[in-house]
Design a protein around this ligand. Structure first.
Ligand SMILES: Nc1ncnc2c1ncn2[C@@H]1O[C@H](COP(=O)(O)OP(=O)(O)OP(=O)(O)O)[C@@H](O)[C@H]1O
Ligand SMILES: [Mg+2]
Length: 586
């Protein structure tokens, strides 16, 4: 006797529900999306016990008449698509006609709905797939769907539900995504009778972000817009200071639908490269509009992924839009003094000491400029002076500056003063110079008076040989000098502060570690990061006035000067207003 039987429809639905309804939060998502598709302007989500006991969604949308209410919970029933052509341009959030059937197959559901041309509504109950008769019921126009005891007949799945708090945080996340994408709708979220969010329509995206995240997050966003090649992008980009340790502050919406997309995430990461630490994730709220025909949303059961027909275009437009904004923005880190009524300073804090010293030396009565001798001015950076376009900025305006602890530079600015991390800033300057100069021709190099010989392993020698093109591009000349020894004969001028032997060893490390996985450009970039770090002045290194002037002048002329190539801040700004507030002058 055969072992194979055809599953009954309810079993089929229960199994299918596994794809769509993973946990209470999935129910919230599906019900609220239906309300939005129904044209609701007011949606209330009420939840008990993290959704394990009850999830109820009430809307003032178009409602369903008796016939539709009765068929809405059947599998494959939808009012949103009719013929296969409709699937090519889906403008509604739902279209599969399976969400309500899936929900009703794994829980106790009661739905009440009324359309505006009728005076009363109808209700229906479905208990894990078995449906009651329709009952006439008094109701407001719109729909309420209440889902109780999810998975109660599926103990194996019920067991996997987490604590009420955890399930509630998933629900809040779904609620957040939908509320961000639909600012013209009033949303309320209630948990165990307590109102968690009441978001009013037309309050604008910034105040919605402030309510859903925090006012600080909303304040740290830069708004930008672009409309090219059929792609309309409105983005709220987080300043580097609010970058997170995960992608939790990245929200991408495509025509009002929250999506995850690896091309878009990559474009965001790429655009912020050098502005934030590579291990962190920038905050970004992106609202993309494009023709429905230009992508397929029918690729994932929960519709969280889409397939772009021209993913490269999406990537390049987003990258350009973000980059342009970041480049046009002063991303210097602003110092925030403590909010306490009496400011507290830690005596062992080097920056605090630097500030105090700055004030001592620049108090109004005895104000004087740090001596600037012709001799010190002449001793400019060996590395940067040859290439610099400086001298317009600090010398002319006689800005005051000083180096403290041989590590930081304090310089006066229009708004107050700025504390600069000398290594981080010089690293960025060197990196930008290298990046600009490395191209089709090798970097300008100089012959070493005495070639430096270094010992390398066989593997390291192989790596150097396999990457001879890149090494040549850097302006480095290496010749074999015995079995495991090479002599460095020429070295790039821009890296003259770096120690050639150490540099070559680091270079072989990068090449052997990443040479096989990175494309040529990215690999070169990694090498330039390392080169800039090696060639930059170090913390603890005394600088001449001329060198400091050069740094300050270069800061004005290079791109991304607010952060080192690894994304750490290179300068912290202190405004007079903030200082006056802290010293109780205002
Ligand atoms: N809140 C609501 N107001 C009015 N009509 C609704 C509501 N919820 C569901 N419907 C109707 O019930 C139908 C079935 O809903 P269901 O969520 O199962 O499918 P869908 O939204 O069409 O597609 P998907 O499975 O992708 O969500 C919808 O197409 C819609 O006509
Ligand atoms: Mg739906």
């Amino acid at each position: 006797m055969g072992r194979i039987t055809v599953l009954d429809e309810n079993m089929v639905n229960m199994i299918a529900a596994g794809e769509v309804i993973e946990r209470p939060a999935s129910v919230v998502k599906e019900l609220v999306e239906n309300s939005i598709d129904a044209g609701a302007t007011k949606i209330t989500v009420a939840v008990e016990d993290g959704g394990r006991k009850l999830i109820s969604v009430t809307d003032n949308g178009c409602g369903m008449d008796a016939e539709d209410l009765s068929s809405a919970f059947e599998p494959h029933t939808t009012s949103k698509v009719k013929i296969s052509d409709d699937l090519r341009a889906i403008s509604t959030l739902g279209f599969r006609g399976e969400a309500l059937a899936s929900i009703a197959s794994v829980a106790q559901v009661r739905a009440v709905s009324r359309i505006n041309v009728e005076l009363a509504g109808n209700s229906i109950e479905i208990d894990c797939g078995s449906k009651s008769e329709l009952m006439p019921t008094s109701a407001d126009v719109g729909t309420t769907i209440a889902v109780r005891d999810i998975f109660y007949k599926l103990p194996a799945r019920r067991k996997f539900l987490k604590s009420a708090n955890t399930e509630m945080s998933h629900i809040a996340e779904q609620f957040t995504r939908i509320a961000l994408a639909n600012t013209s709708i009033d949303f309320t979220l209630v948990h165990n009778g307590r109102e968690m969010y009441r978001l009013t329509a037309e309050q604008g995206i910034r105040s919605r972000i402030a309510e859903l995240f925090s006012p600080e997050t909303a304040d740290a966003l830069l708004e930008t817009e672009s409309d090219e090649k059929g792609l309309h992008i409105t983005a709220y980009l987080g300043k580097p200071a609010i970058a997170a340790t995960s992608g939790r502050l990245q929200y991408i919406f495509l025509n009002g639908r929250f999506i995850r997309d690896k091309f878009i995430s990559h474009a965001i990461k790429e655009a912020y490269r050098g502005s934030i630490d590579p291990s962190r994730f920038p905050a970004a709220f992106m609202f993309i509009r494009m023709p429905y025909e230009d992508y397929d949303v029918n690729v994932h059961p929960t519709k969280i992924e889409v397939r772009f027909y021209n993913a490269n275009l999406v990537h390049s437009q987003i990258l350009a839009c973000i980059r342009e904004k970041l480049l046009a923005t002063d991303l210097d880190t602003m110092a925030r003094a403590p909010q306490a009524s009496v400011p507290t300073f830690r005596r062992d804090n080097r920056i605090t000491e630097a500030m105090e010293e700055f004030f001592r030396r620049h108090r109004p009565a005895g104000q004087r400029q740090i001596p600037f001798t012709a001799d010190s001015a002449e001793r400019n950076f060996r590395v940067t002076s040859a290439n610099s376009t400086m001298q317009p900025a600090y010398a002319e305006t006689s800005r005051k500056f000083m180096q403290v602890h041989d590590s930081f530079i304090i310089a006066e600015s229009d708004e107050g003063f700025v504390i600069i991390d000398q290594h981080a800033l010089h690293e960025r300057i060197t990196y930008e110079h290298l990046r600009k100069r490395v191209g089709d021709n090798p970097l300008e190099s100089q012959k070493l008076l005495v070639p430096e010989s270094i010992q390398l392993s066989k593997a390291q020698l192989d790596v150097l040989e396999n990457n001879s093109g890149l090494i040549e591009k850097l302006g480095i000349e290496i010749v074999p000098f015995g079995l495991k020894t090479v002599a460095i004969q020429s070295f790039p001028v821009l890296l003259s502060k770096a120690e050639p032997g150490d540099f070559i060893r680091d270079l072989t490390d990068i090449l052997s570690e990443k040479g096989d996985t990175l494309d040529g450009d990215t690999l070169l970039d990694e090498v330039l990061h390392m080169a800039a770090c090696r060639a930059a002045v170090k913390a603890g290194q005394k600088l001449t006035d001329g060198e400091i002037e050069q740094l300050l002048a270069d800061k004005e002329t290079i791109e991304h000067s607010s952060h080192c190539p690894h994304g750490r801040p290179s300068a912290i700004k202190f405004t007079l207003t903030e200082l006056e507030k802290q010293f109780k002058r205002t």
